[in-house]
Write a protein that binds this ligand. Structure first.
Ligand SMILES: [Ca+2]
Length: 537
């Protein structure tokens, strides 16, 4: 592997002076930098699951307050246009590890990741980083490229979670977000002192089934969450997909999602069947009196129920990120550790009347992306350039002073972090979602998002949507088919297909999805003692 010149990372005079002083002594750029004024940075990558940027107060603040996540924005850089290129869990994780799109890394849906391929973890490990992976993995195969790993089997569970490790399976009592943070701190405590570390700390929360711990549940139980302006979207002008999907807050949340209590007489399959019902009437207790909710009253109640639990899960993440940041401070690691907070994609928080993700609409594809890197990133900086999850691996490579492999499809964000925007930064990016047929009946689509517009093609129905993001940031008016947009559509289509070709998307997975393989057995058959299967619901 070629090493990129160390001072490529930052052109700060102090570093240049230090490097200039060391070169005559035989120090080579890219070599382990112990004793150098600024050694290679540690990288702490914290990723939540389904945490929408608009549920972080540094981004919005309308529905919750996240003081610890906001610390990262205050001390570092907040990206407002960072996007997932395939907005579901497993593909986003594969893209983050490889720096490649789904059709290249082989993970378009919930299928098993081939861990024999190159990943950023392998590159960093080979370059002398101590690497760790803790929490939700959800890639089906055993982690590769990590010195240590403790992963949830499949989706994992919120309470008393099991973890798979090289040594086997163990159950750790407690709430999953606390436990994952404990494991991350333990990894940091026992890390070798003479190596930089790369730690991926992946939370399960706030993924469905949105189960908060008692403390945070109590914080939100009586709170009324403001409704988003598009909660009652009537889907006028849109393609069929949004009408046909089954990810609607009013009609698709189940009794289980709404945390309704089954009658005590039901057990086993009958109980499960009851919990899977999407209720059209719900009996609740209001001021000691039982009341049956239906219609609009029930709809509003469902939104509140959903958001109270979702935001309570987020609050525990915020507390635990605070705990990790405090730990870094207390152990002298603040200055030379890059801390990143993101989520594998966004989430609809009642926006367009939806929950979940999948669609190429902003709330679903937008990832929170907060980066603190003392001495390198200006405090309170804001970046509005188009970034994608395929950029993360190249970014970690450059942070570590390594050359970005030519086959990675993303671009390093380091210049943006340093406040130097390359003259030819991307002006649009390609998106593709495949899981159709799949959960929630969401139609497969691909598309292009530019700085100003979005073009979406539901290729199985051959239906299109076009949005002007400047005039219509909420994406309520589909302009496709408007005679006045003909030239624009032609231009966007040309760019869409140019990007598709450049990224080597030859419709490898357009017609057939690889078999599901991430929620059952979590290692290769016969590979190690960690074989275990805890199927999530
Ligand atoms: Ca996810």
């Amino acid at each position: 592997m070629r090493h990129r010149c160390f001072f490529r990372i930052g052109l700060r005079p102090a570093i240049l002076l230090a490097v200039a002083a060391l070169v005559p002594l035989g120090w080579l750029p890219g070599a382990p930098a112990a004793g150098v004024a600024r050694p290679r940075p540690n990288i702490l990558f914290i990723m939540a699951d389904d945490h929408a940027a608009h549920a972080i107060s540094a981004y919005d603040g309308a529905i919750n307050q996240t003081p610890h996540l906001d610390r990262l924005a205050k001390d570092g850089m907040r990206f407002t246009r960072c996007f997932a290129v395939n907005s579901i869990c497993t593909p986003s994780r594969a893209t983050i590890l490889t720096g490649k799109y789904s059709h290249v890394n082989g993970v378009p849906v919930f299928n098993r990741f081939d861990g024999s391929q190159p990943t950023v973890a392998k590159h960093l490990q080979a370059a002398g980083y101590h690497t760790g992976m803790i929490g939700k993995w959800h890639l089906g195969s055993e982690p590769t490229g990590f010195d240590e790993w403790s992963i949830l089997p499949g989706q994992g569970v919120y309470f008393d979670p099991a973890f798979l490790e090289r040594a086997g399976r163990r159950v750790i009592p407690g709430y999953v977000t606390d436990v994952i943070t404990d494991l991350a701190i333990q990894f940091l405590e026992r890390r070798p002192a003479d190596q930089p570390f790369f730690l991926m700390c992946h939370h399960k929360a706030p993924h469905r089934s949105w189960e908060p711990d008692a403390k945070h549940k109590a914080m939100f139980a009586a709170r009324t969450i403001p409704e988003p302006s598009t909660l009652y979207d009537d889907y006028a002008t849109r393609a069929d997909a949004i009408r046909e999907c089954q990810q609607k807050v009013f009609t698709d949340l189940t009794r289980r999602d709404l945390k309704l209590t089954p009658p005590a007489s039901l057990t086993g399959a009958e109980r499960n069947k009851w919990l899977q019902v999407k209720p059209t009437e719900v009996e609740v207790e209001v001021n000691g009196v039982n009341k049956v909710l239906a219609g609009d009253e029930l709809n509003r109640w469902k939104y509140q129920r959903y958001m109270q639990d979702y935001l309570a899960c987020v609050q525990s993440i915020d507390d635990n990120v605070g705990r990790l940041l405090d730990w870094l401070d207390q152990h002298g690691l603040r200055e030379n550790t890059v801390v990143i907070y993101t989520s594998d994609q966004g989430f609809f928080l009642g926006d367009h009347g939806l929950y979940d993700k999948r669609f190429m609409y902003e709330e679903s594809i937008r990832m929170p992306f907060l980066v603190r890197w003392p001495g390198m990133i200006k405090a309170r900086s804001l970046n509005k350039d188009l970034a994608i999850n395929a950029d993360f691996a190249p970014t970690f490579m450059e942070m570590a002073g390594l050359a970005v492999p030519a086959d990675m499809q993303g671009r390093s964000l380091v210049p943006l972090l340093e406040g130097r925007r390359p003259s030819k930064w991307r002006t649009g990016f390609y998106y593709r979602y495949y899981h159709d047929p799949g959960d929630h009946n969401t139609r497969a689509h691909y598309g292009l998002r530019t700085d100003t517009h979005k073009l979406i093609h539901f290729w199985k129905q051959d239906q299109w949507e076009l949005y002007d993001l400047r005039r219509d940031p909420r994406e309520l008016r589909n302009l496709y088919g408007d005679p006045g947009q003909k030239k624009l559509v032609a231009r966007l289509k040309a760019e869409l297909y140019r990007l598709k070709q450049e990224l080597k998307d030859e419709d490898q997975f357009a017609d057939e999805q690889p078999p599901a393989g991430v929620d059952g057995q979590t290692v290769q058959p016969g590979q190690s003692a960690t074989r275990s299967a805890i199927a999530p619901r």
